[in-house]
Ligand binder design. Structure first.
Ligand code: ZN
Length: 485
């Protein structure tokens, strides 16, 4: 019996659960009667909105502009909406925004009907200045020695703060928007080295300053007041120290040192050219140089002049020869072995003077050289033993080429023999070109006028036989004699 009651309770519980879980709930559409669709409602008064205005902003609600920036406010759009929903656009006048006024302004648009504002929108426009003023330090001392100009505030020179520190003067200025600019002057002269405090220069016959500038705190040039101390042998590779000192108008002195390292100069490659004859003329220019140049021009033949300053009356022939395509080499300023071979210093002093003459005539320094007496001369030993050995090495280190000769068509005595000279020249030119080991290079003198006839015959023979007459340049292989001193 007890068991039966328990079964009944269980059965009832399951049934109840089924009713709860599966019984359909109340459905609203069953409960609430069907409503007519909105559009089916009769047109009753009060069911539609009355005519009204609508307004909408075009663009962003907040705009940030830079001072002076071009800006046109995009404005707003407005409509009048009728009772039947039709929309009629309303004209809204665009507002101007003055971007030359710093700060935030509100731009408002309203629709006013019958004197009453019926709709409105607005935006904020902020004009800001983030550009710092321009602070300029002026080149001359004085009060004030600066100026400041701002894009928004205009001339604000009177707002510049000048602060003196131990080694400098600092200038600062701030515009009304808080933008700051500053500048400073270093007190005392400023020494600047081109290439830095340690610089390399190629070996040369004199010291070419690698570049130094000195200005005072106002930027005024003090170069002519520079005092430079230091010893250098410009043709001798090595490290040299120089000290530069300069004092300005205010009695302030600056001293700086620089290390100058002299290094061997670079030398271009040489090229042995086929069937090219190099005629060279020493000791000119002289009275007879002009006739030689006239003759060479007829054949467009080029030669080399190893020039001197022996007769300044004809110095302009160096310029003419150069302009007509001939090569200009350096021989001597003063053609006197006892002077130029006294020492390396004496030789390069003479060299320097001749380089300046050449530069004046041609616009450039030359890098080709012929020693007075040739590199094999022994007479120099009387003035300075070993000088030719030293000079030959110096020139090579300096990136210059020196040329001796392998054809000597002029007689040693005064007995001029045109035929013998021509034959010597022709034979030498032919032999050296055939051998192909070194270029044929003659030794002649434009101080000897008769050379014109010999050279003209040689040129005629050479041109008929496929030879070319050229001036020596840095790619011409050197012809050297054995050095005897
Ligand atoms: Zn000479």
């Amino acid at each position: 019996m007890k068991k039966a009651i328990l079964w009944l309770i269980l059965l009832l519980t399951v049934a109840a659960l089924c009713v709860i879980l599966f019984m359909p709930g109340p459905r609203f559409k069953d409960v609430i009667p069907d409503l007519p669709a909105l559009q089916d409602l009769p047109d009753l008064p009060g069911n539609t909105e009355p005519p009204h205005a609508e307004i909408e902003l075009i663009g962003d609600k907040e705009v940030v502009l830079e001072y002076g920036q071009d800006y046109t406010d995009p404005g707003a759009e407005a409509w009048l909406v009728s009772a039947d929903g039709s929309r009629q656009p309303l004209a809204i006048e665009p507002s101007a925004v003055d971007t030359r006024k710093l700060g935030t302004a509100e731009v408002s648009y309203s629709v006013i009907i019958d004197g009453e504002k019926v709709a409105g929108v607005s935006r904020t426009v902020t004009v800001q200045d983030t550009v710092p003023p321009e602070l300029t330090l002026l080149g001359e001392p004085g009060d004030p020695d600066y100026s400041a100009l701002d894009n928004a505030d205009g001339d604000i020179t009177d707002r510049v703060q000048r602060t003196e520190e131990a080694d400098r003067i600092v200038y600062t200025v701030r515009d009304s928007s808080g933008n700051e600019a500053s500048a400073e002057r270093v007190k005392g002269p400023i020494l600047e080295f081109e290439g830095g405090e340690s610089v390399q220069i190629p070996a040369d016959y004199r010291f070419f300053e690698p570049g130094v500038t000195a200005v005072d705190m106002y930027g005024r040039d003090l170069s002519d007041r520079l005092e430079v101390t230091g010893e250098i042998v410009p043709w001798e590779p090595g490290s040299y120290e120089f000290t530069y000192t300069v004092t300005d108008d205010f009695g302030q002195t600056v001293t700086r040192t620089r290390t100058i390292e002299v290094v061997p100069a670079e030398m271009p490659e040489t090229v042995l050219q086929e069937k090219v004859i190099y005629l060279t003329f020493d000791d000119g220019p002289a009275e007879t140089t002009e006739a030689l140049l006239d003759m060479l021009a007829k054949y467009d033949a080029k030669v080399t002049f190893f020039v001197t300053y022996s007769d300044p009356r004809y110095v302009d022939m160096i310029g003419r020869a150069y302009r007509e395509g001939h090569s200009i080499g350096l021989h001597a300023y003063k053609h006197d072995a006892s002077v130029i071979y006294a020492s390396e210093e004496a030789y390069f002093d003479n060299f320097d003077k001749m380089q300046e003459v050449i530069k004046e005539q041609t616009g450039e320094y030359t890098r080709i050289v012929r020693f007075v007496g040739g590199s094999s001369n022994s007479s120099s030993a009387a003035f300075c033993p070993g000088i030719m050995t030293a000079l030959a090495e110096d020139l090579t280190t300096m990136g210059y080429r020196y040329y001796d000769w392998n054809i000597q068509p002029e007689p040693d005595d005064e007995n001029v023999d045109l035929d013998r000279s021509f034959v010597t020249l022709r034979y030498g030119a032919y032999e050296y070109c055939e051998a192909g080991e070194e270029p044929p290079i003659s030794l002649q003198h434009d101080t000897a006028g008769w050379n014109v006839f010999v050279v003209e015959r040689l040129i005629q023979w050479g041109l008929e036989n496929g030879y070319t007459f050229k001036g020596i340049d840095m790619t011409t292989p050197e012809v050297h004699h054995p050095i005897s001193n």
